[in-house]
Every structure is written in C-alpha cells, then in structure tokens.
Design a protein around this ligand. Structure first.
Ligand code: BT5
Length: 272
C-alpha cells in the first residue's frame, strides 16, 4: 500500500500523528490499496469525490474536518486529533439498486473493528449508527456518485479519544467516545488499520456472497430486534417493534396495529 500526501505541511503533520508503519504494512485486496492522509479537510467524503475517475480502493483519512457531514445535511462533529474521519471509494460491478446495503456492510466492518478496541460491546443501530452503552460512537454516510461507472463513497466517523468537553451540550447526552467508555486512550492508527482491514474483508464478502450474507452478519451485532421503536421517514412517524432485516437488508417492523412494514431508509429511535 502506498501512502501519499497532498502537500509537505500536511505530510509532516500527519506523519507525526500516524507513524505510518502499520498502515504501510497493510495487505488488502479491494479497499486501502492507496491511502491519502490530510491534516484538515472540509469533509473526507467531499475530498474523495475529486478522485471518482480512479480505481476503487482509494482511502482518504483526515486528522480533522471543518465541515464533516452526516445524512440529510446534518453535521458530523470532527475535532482535531481525536477521532477517525475516513472515506473509501468503491465501484462494485453490481446494479445501482443493490448499492444501499453497502451502508450495512460498512457498519458491519466498523463494528467488527471496534470490538477489539472497546471494553463494552458496540452494537449496530439500523441503518448507519454504532452505539456503545446506548450512545453514538460512530456514524456512516454512504453516497452514490457518478454513473460511468457508478461509484460509492463510504464515509465513516468514529469518536476515539474525545473527552466530554469536546462534545456540545446536546451531543454530551447522545454521543460517546472509546476514551470515555474505556477510560484509556486508543491508538488511532491501530484502529484505522483494523478498520481498513475489516472494510476490505467485509466488502469482499459482500461482492462474493451478496446482501443476504451481510444482513445475517449484521443481525449478529445489533440489539435492535424485539425493541419498541419509532421510525421516521419522509416526515411520517411509524411506531412498532423492530423484527428483523430481510435478505435485501430492509428493516421489517411490526406496527402497533400489527401490520408488517418494510423500510430501506429512515431514522430509528428506541422507545423507553
Ligand atoms: C451520520 O449521520 O451518523 C453519518 C456520519 C458520517 C461521518 C463521516 S466522517 C468521514 C466522512 N466525511 C464526512 O463528511 N462524513 C463522513 P446521521 O445519522 O445523520 O447523524 C448525524 C447526527 O449525529 C447529528 O445530527 C448529531 O446529532 C449527531 N452527531 C454529530 N456529530 C457526532 C459525533 N461526532 N458523535 C456522535 N454523534 C454525532
């Protein structure tokens, strides 16, 4: 794997943050064949979109983001030197309608990577969150880009060494970091290596075995099913019990009226 840099200042700063040896020794098949490290970008997702004509497998990481994004134009709080802000470019040769499960695959890869760095069990929350002790430690933003060939940008944010003061008053109630949960700092470079390795493996599994396989694996790492939830989509609030993921990666809930409802996107909140 090759690490390149955009300018000398970024390179020096980044290399003092990431000592680079472990990243250099990565052996990957799809994702992480090339890694670009920045000190600061607006958003790693936006940065990687400048490279849509490249082969898949490019990864961009940044030490901070000034305009980190969540879904629907929301912000992703990205303080310097504490979190992981990573985007990967993939161009799977599959129909674009099969792209949404890539978010599930990215979440699965992230939860697998986090397991080795968290004292408490990290759980997936459909469709794109990872929670530790009911607080959000990671979020995924996948974006479909271009059409010749179609590509997907996988954006992953992980709260690693944030102290409570790093979070706004609102986020203090809903967000957490590995440091806050474990009581000790985590080596971000080791976690990045694990994350890229897991992404590469799970993406390979997705290409080989399809969405059903990913949905089954995903199901093993969530505590969502059986819980009372609300799901908001398109301004409509649905209330019911989360039942399962279908083979296509859709969430099935049983509404309070006993009706089976399937969703491929939405905002889930646990009730009670
Ligand atoms: C997400 O959106 O959770 C997707 C986050 C993806 C961030 C990565 S970082 C690398 C790449 N580059 C980007 O620009 N983005 C990706 P969503 O489900 O919409 O959640 C956003 C909501 O999470 C916000 O409205 C806040 O309530 C909350 N939030 C913001 N920053 C947070 C943080 N650092 N930790 C926990 N929660 C946060």
């Amino acid at each position: 794997m090759v690490i390149i840099r955009q300018n000398l200042l970024d390179f020096v700063l980044i290399m003092s943050q990431f000592n680079n040896q472990k990243l250099k020794n990565l052996e990957v098949k799809f994702i992480g064949k090339r890694v670009i490290a920045f000190n600061e970008v607006k958003s790693t997702n936006d940065e990687i979109k400048k490279h849509l004509n490249e082969d898949e497998g490019l990864v961009i990481i940044a030490n901070s983001q000034t305009q980190g994004r969540g879904r629907l134009g929301r912000d992703w709080h990205s303080p310097k030197g504490t979190g992981i802000y990573l985007s990967a470019l993939v161009c799977p040769k599959i129909k674009p309608e099969l792209f949404p499960p890539i978010t599930l695959a990215a979440g699965l890869a992230t939860v697998l990577a986090l397991q080795n760095f968290s004292k408490s069990i990290p759980y997936l929350k459909w469709p794109n969150d990872i929670l530790i002790n009911d607080k959000k430690v990671s979020g995924i933003l996948c974006e479909l880009c271009g059409d010749a060939p179609p590509s997907v940008v996988i954006g992953i944010g992980i709260n690693v060494n944030q102290q409570i003061e790093h979070f706004s008053e609102t986020l203090k109630n809903t967000a957490t970091s590995l440091l806050l949960e474990n009581g000790t700092e985590v080596d971000r470079e080791e976690l990045i290596v694990s994350l890229i390795t897991c992404l590469d493996k799970v993406y390979g599994d997705f290409l080989k075995n399809g969405t059903k396989f990913i949905a089954e694996q995903w199901t093993r790492h969530t505590n969502l099913f059986g819980k009372k939830i609300t799901l908001v989509r398109g301004g409509v609030v649905y209330t019911g019990t989360a039942l399962r993921l279908t083979e296509e990666g859709k969430l099935e809930i049983i509404s309070n009226e006993g009706e089976s409802l399937l969703f491929d996107s939405g905002e889930v909140a646990y009730i009670g």
